[in-house]
Design a protein around this ligand. Structure first.
Ligand code: URA
Length: 232
């Protein structure tokens, strides 16, 4: 890969900014100052910027506890986006693995790993997504049975079987394997109820880190990445 592209991908600046750094002799590769922006580097090259050794990573994975009021988009003209919350990170090439509604909180996975994202979102894979749901009305046994079997939310097909675990008369954990538009809200409307608060607590094998407050994020650790690669 070209040296300027490499530096851009590490978030060290725009193409013209990193070219400037290279011209100003701030970049060395394997111990030699390089002034050619097109110089070829590879995974084994030791690239230093201003004396700091740079580590190249092809893929980046972040777990965000999405707060309400922020949109699941990479860019938006009006609202703050989830990408805006990754302050100070190299956000080039990042995208969201699925979306949460503006008023939904919880686990959102953000990565530049397109293959993993496709696998996690593939309808054929039936990846579990668990939501903590607070409801306007009390939920009864019949509603739980209907949600468990599948309900008509106005699409061609009923929803696939879901798992429902009642926590209180007006709150449940709901685990679904699809990702239809406003699915949880529409499922609750289908059983004459309404979502008051919605938070995603897990996505496949990944659980929302309880230490993350709404708006906070962290990188996935190696075990979590491996788990996603193996199980999804
Ligand atoms: N279902 C919804 O209705 N909204 C979300 O944000 C996620 C799932």
């Amino acid at each position: 890969m070209r040296l300027d592209k490499y530096l851009c991908e590490l978030g060290k600046g725009t193409r013209s900014e990193v070219k400037d750094l290279i011209k100003k002799k701030k970049v060395s590769v394997d111990g030699s100052i390089i002034t050619d922006a097109g110089y070829q580097v590879n995974d084994n090259s030791e690239v230093m910027l201003d004396g700091e050794k740079l580590m190249y990573e092809e893929f980046r994975y972040y777990m965000l506890n999405k707060p309400a009021g922020v949109v699941s988009a990479t860019e938006d003209n009006i609202d703050k986006t989830v990408i805006d919350l990754l302050e100070g990170e190299n956000t080039r090439g990042l995208f969201l693995v699925g979306r949460l509604d503006k008023d939904t909180e919880g686990l959102l996975l953000i990565t530049n790993d397109g293959d993993m994202s496709h696998r996690l979102l593939s309808p054929k894979k039936h990846v579990d997504k668990c939501y903590y749901v607070e409801l306007v009305n009390k939920i009864d046994k019949e509603s739980i049975a209907r949600l468990t079997e599948g309900v008509d939310i106005g699409d061609d097909e009923l929803t696939l079987p879901a798992k429902v675990e009642a926590i209180s008369p007006t709150s449940v954990y709901l685990t679904i394997t699809e990702g239809r538009y406003h699915q949880v809200k529409r499922m609750m409307l289908a059983v004459d109820n309404e979502v008051k608060f919605l938070k995603r607590v897990s996505f496949g094998p990944l659980e929302l880190d309880k230490n993350l407050k709404p708006g906070e994020y962290r990188r996935l650790d190696d075990d979590e990445i491996l788990m996603l690669q193996i199980k999804c």
